[in-house]
Every structure is written in C-alpha cells, then in structure tokens.
Write a protein that binds this ligand. Structure first.
Ligand code: SF4
Length: 199
C-alpha cells in the first residue's frame, strides 16, 4: 500500500479486543490514557533478546533446511485497515515455489487463540503486500524456546474478519462496549478506574 495511507488498527489491538473490547475502546477513544506498563516494557526487552538469539539459531527450529530471514518487517493493508510489525518473515522454497512464513515471538508458554489471530493478521498483510499466499506461520514461545506451527486456516481468516468488523463498528459509533463477562480480569486492570459499572 502507499506510504502515508492511514489505517486505524494495529495488530496488537486484536489482542486487546479479544481480552476486553472495552480496553480497546479506551485506547482508541481516550488515547491519552494509554499507559506503558511494566508488562509492555518487559515484552519489548524479551523480543529484542529473542531476535538476538534468533540471529544465531538454525532454521531447523522451524523444521526448515534453509531460507532467508527478514527481521522486524513492517506491514500494512488498506484493505484490512491494519498495520503492524512482525518479528520475522522466513522466505524459503517449498516444492519449487517461494514460501513466506511469518514468525511472531511471544512471552508466553501457550499458543493462545488471540496469538493465532494476530499471526493470521500478519499472514494476510504479507499476502496483500508481498503477493504470495501464506499457508502457515510460527509462534515462537520465548520462555520455552520452542517454535509452534500455526496453519492459517479459513476458520482463523473468518475470525479475523469478524473481529475487524466488530472493531470498525465500535470505531464508527464511538459506543463504549459492555464490560468483559470475565470479571476476574477487572481486578488488576489498569483501566478499572474508568469502569464504574464493574465491581
Ligand atoms: S475494568 Fe474490566 S471491563 Fe473495564 S476495561 Fe478493565 S477488564 Fe474491561
């Protein structure tokens, strides 16, 4: 897409949307309240360390014999209305054809659903900008030092479309979504002081 084209969403917004849509509302409609938490800073440091290790690691961790690694690849799609920076793209060959594989480092020991959604967003943006179908990606779980393959299925693609449709509707109406049904999340939430309807 052209540089300078504004897109409303970052890939990390998907994580907030899945966790609690109201948090994304606060981020979007009250941008001055966006805090930098310890967790975010720790994640940035862990990503930098993981990239440093990655430079010395063999592609065998991904079950690949060879390929070229591109680090911190910026992607954007006007069609999706989304932008983001994926930690790594592996460019390799499979059956005589070029294959692009996004890799997202995670400070987690689980392949959570919202991680798969974020990876799918990177995959679709790669398709839109690099012009190649993306069939799979990897989540690299930093604490376990393990890469887990994620197939970019039609189910994940539909889930991405549905999340983006709901996020766009929220942005258009500027309506505060209901609180999360999982009230345990509210206990340590940094936005709790803005939510007067949760205990
Ligand atoms: S306090 Fe609860 S409902 Fe409010 S933003 Fe935080 S997690 Fe969501």
């Amino acid at each position: 897409m052209d540089e300078g084209v504004e897109v409303p969403w970052r890939v990390t917004d998907l994580k907030q949307y899945v966790y609690c849509a109201r948090i994304l509302y606060y981020y979007t409609c009250l941008p001055r309240v966006r805090p930098t938490t310890y967790k975010m800073e720790a994640s940035l440091e862990a990503h930098a360390a993981a990239e440093d290790l990655e430079q010395r690691r063999s592609l065998r961790s991904y079950g690949l014999k060879g390929g070229e690694r591109h680090f911190s690849v910026s992607l954007a799609s006007e069609r999706l209305g989304m932008r983001g920076q994926v930690d790594m793209v592996i460019e390799t060959e499979s059956g005589g054809q070029r294959e692009l594989i996004p890799v997202d480092y995670k400070l987690s020991d689980k392949v959570a659903e919202h991680f798969q959604l974020q990876l799918t967003a990177y995959a679709v943006m790669l398709e839109d900008t690099w012009g190649e179908a993306v069939r799979r990606g990897f989540l690299y779980l930093i604490p376990l030092r393990q890469a887990r393959e994620v197939r970019i299925t039609s189910r994940l693609r539909s889930a991405l479309d549905e999340a983006l449709a709901a996020m766009n509707a929220m942005l258009l109406r500027e309506e505060m979504p209901p609180p999360t049904r999982h009230r345990a999340k509210c206990v340590a939430c940094e936005f709790r002081r803005f939510c007067n309807d949760v205990v």
